[in-house]
Design a protein around this ligand. Structure first.
Ligand code: ADP
Ligand code: ZN
Ligand code: MG
Length: 480
C-alpha cells in the first residue's frame, strides 16, 4: 500500500436532541407510530411559515464550541432545491455559505481501534457545522414503499471534516471522539440504530507524495462504526487495484453491503448537482453577540479529553484506565464520586472496570440504573483495605449488592462474612490442614516450597474464604 496515499473526509449527520422539531412544534421523537408527529409545516404544505427552534441552534453552537470552531456572528438559513419523495416541498432548509460553526478540530491522539496500538498525536480539522431539517424516512416493501414524516423536519446537524484522515483506524477514532463529545454535551445520543448519527465517507487515493488529490468516491449506507471501518479498508484495496490496473476512477457514490463485505456502485456523478441555493425568504438571518456566545460557552461541560487528563493527574490512573472510565460521562461521574470517598482511587478504577462495567453489560443496564451507589463501592473498598473482608469475599458482597442492593456492612453482617483474624481460630484450621495432608507436608519439608500455596488454599477452603490470608501464610510457615 506504500504506493498510494489514502485521503479520507467524513460528512456526519447528527440528530440534535430537542423537545420539538426544527421549524414547527411537533415532537422530535423516535419510535412513534408512523405519521403521527406531523403538521402542515413538516409535511411541506405550501404557504406555511417555519419558526426556528432556539434550542437546536444553541446546541449546534455548543457543538461548535466543543470542537474548537469559530462561531459565526452572522448566519442564515438557505433553501437547497431538489426533488425527492421524502422532501415534498422540493427544497430543504439548510445552510450554505454562512453556517453556524467553521474551522474547528478534534484530537484523535491515543484512541485505538480494537486492541491495536493507540494512535499518535493527531488533530482532524472540522470544515463546518451547519444546521438543517431532516427529511422523511422511506421504507421499501416488496410491492410498495412507505414514507414516515415523523422524522421530517427534525433538527439535523451536518459536521463536515477536512480530508485529514489517512486510514480506517483514524476515521474510526474520529467518529468515536465526535460521538463522545456529542453525548458529553447532551447534544445528541448519537445512536446509529435510531439514525441519530449517519455518516458518509469520502475516500480517494493518490500516488505517494503527490500533492494533488485523486478522484473521491463517496460511501453511503453505513450502519455502524465497525462497518465503516471494514468499508474503508475494503474500498482502499479496491481503488488501489483499479489504479494498479491503470483504470481511471470516476466520481461515484457507492453503497456498502455488510453481508458481502464489499461496496457496490449506486450512481456516477456526471455533473455537479445544482441545488440553486438561495437565502431562505421565510427566515431572517441569525446574529449572535459576544455575550450570547460566551453564555453558551459558560455552559460547556468539561471535554472528555480534559476529564481523562484530570483523572490521570488527580487520581493517578493509567492513560488506559482513564480512557475507559471517561468513555461515558455517567461512568466518569460515578468513578469520581466513589474515588473522592476512597483512600485508593486506583482500586476504585479497577473495581469499576473489572466488576461494575461487566455486571452492567451482563444485565444490559445503563450506569444510571446501577443498583450500587458510588458511596457503597467506596465503602466496600475501604473494608478490604482495613482487613475486615478479603478481596475474594468482597466480590461476593459486590455481586449481592448488585443483585439485591443493600450496604456492604449490612450484607457482611447478615451473611456472616467477616474476615477471621483471630489467631487461635486460624491456628486450628492450619493444624487441621496439616494433619489431613501428610504427603504434602513431606514434600514441603524436603524442599518443595510451592506446596505452601496448596496449604494456603486448603486453609482458605476450610474457612470458607474468610481467613485473613497474611495470617494464614505466616502461621503455615511457622508450623510447617
Ligand atoms: P462535495 O461538494 O462533493 O460534497 P466537499 O468538498 O463538500 O465535496 O467535501 C465533502 C467531503 O469530502 C469533506 O469531508 C471533504 O473533506 C472530503 N473530501 C474532499 N475531497 C476529497 C478527496 N479528494 N478525497 C477524500 N475526501 C475528500
Ligand atoms: Zn410539524
Ligand atoms: Mg458537500
Amino acid at each position: 500500500m506504500e504506493k498510494y496515499d489514502v485521503v479520507i473526509g467524513l460528512e456526519v449527520h447528527v440528530k440534535v436532541r430537542t423537545e420539538s422539531k426544527m421549524f414547527c412544534s411537533c415532537a422530535n421523537l423516535y419510535g412513534a407510530e408512523p405519521n403521527t408527529l406531523v403538521c402542515p409545516v413538516c409535511m411541506g404544505y405550501p404557504g406555511v411559515l417555519p419558526v426556528p427552534n432556539k434550542e437546536a441552534i444553541r446546541k449546534t453552537v455548543l457543538a461548535g464550541l466543543m470542537t474548537s470552531c469559530d462561531i459565526s456572528k452572522f448566519s442564515k438559513f438557505d433553501r437547497k432545491s431538489y426533488f425527492s419523495p421524502d422532501m415534498p416541498k422540493n427544497y430543504q432548509i439548510s445552510q450554505y455559505d454562512l453556517p453556524f460553526c467553521l474551522a474547528g478540530n478534534i484530537l484523535i491522539s491515543g484512541k485505538r481501534f480494537s486492541d491495536r496500538e493507540p494512535l499518535p498525536e493527531k488533530s482532524i480539522g472540522i470544515t463546518r457545522i451547519h444546521l438543517e431539517e431532516d427529511v422523511a424516512k422511506s421504507t421499501h416493501f416488496p410491492k410498495s414503499s412507505g414514507i414516515d414524516f415523523n422524522r421530517a423536519g427534525g433538527p439535523l446537524m451536518e459536521i463536515v471534516s477536512e480530508p485529514d484522515m489517512t486510514s480506517a483506524d483514524e476515521a474510526y477514532a474520529y467518529l468515536t471522539v465526535l460521538k463522545r463529545i456529542m453525548r458529553y454535551a447532551d447534544i445528541s445520543n448519537c445512536d446509529m440504530e435510531k439514525g441519530e448519527l449517519r455518516c458518509d465517507v469520502n475516500i480517494s487515493l493518490k500516488p505517494a507524495g503527490r500533492k494533488e488529490f485523486g478522484t473521491k468516491i463517496e460511501l453511503k449506507n453505513l450502519n455502524s462504526f465497525r462497518s465503516i471501518h471494514r468499508a474503508i479498508d475494503h474500498e482502499i484495496a479496491r481503488q488501489a487495484a483499479e489504479l494498479d490496473a491503470g483504470a481511471p476512477l470516476s466520481q461515484e457514490t457507492r453503497g456498502w453491503n455488510d453481508d458481502k463485505g464489499s461496496t457496490y456502485l449506486m450512481r456516477v456523478k456526471e455533473t455537479e448537482s445544482d441545488y440553486r441555493y438561495f437565502p431562505e425568504p421565510d427566515l431572517t438571518p441569525i446574529t449572535f453577540s459576544d455575550e450570547e456566545i460566551d453564555a453558551i460557552r459558560a455552559e460547556m461541560p468539561e471535554t472528555p479529553d480534559a476529564k481523562k487528563q484530570r483523572f490521570i493527574e488527580n487520581f493517578g490512573l493509567t492513560p488506559y484506565d482513564s480512557e475507559v472510565l471517561t468513555n461515558e460521562k455517567a461512568v466518569a461521574d460515578y468513578f469520581e464520586k466513589a474515588a473522592t470517598k476512597s483512600s485508593n482511587p486506583k482500586q476504585i478504577a479497577n473495581w469499576i472496570i473489572s466488576e461494575l462495567l461487566r455486571e452492567l453489560a451482563n444485565s444490559a443496564n445503563e450506569i444510571s440504573e446501577c443498583p450500587v451507589p458510588p458511596a457503597n463501592l467506596a465503602e466496600l473498598a475501604e473494608l478490604i483495605n482495613k482487613g475486615t473482608i478479603s478481596g475474594k469475599i468482597a466480590k461476593q458482597v459486590f455481586t449481592e449488592m448488585f443483585q439485591n442492593g443493600g450496604s456492604p456492612a449490612a450484607i457482611i453482617e447478615a451473611k456472616g462474612l467477616l474476615q477471621v483474624s483471630d489467631s487461635s481460630a486460624i491456628e486450628s484450621l492450619v493444624d487441621q490442614a496439616i494433619t489431613e495432608n501428610q504427603a504434602q507436608v513431606e514434600q514441603y519439608r524436603t524442599g518443595n516450597q510451592k506446596v505452601l500455596q496448596y496449604f494456603v488454599g486448603q486453609v482458605m477452603k476450610l474457612s470458607k474464604g474468610k481467613a485473613n490470608p497474611q495470617m494464614v501464610v505466616a502461621m503455615l510457615k511457622e508450623k510447617l
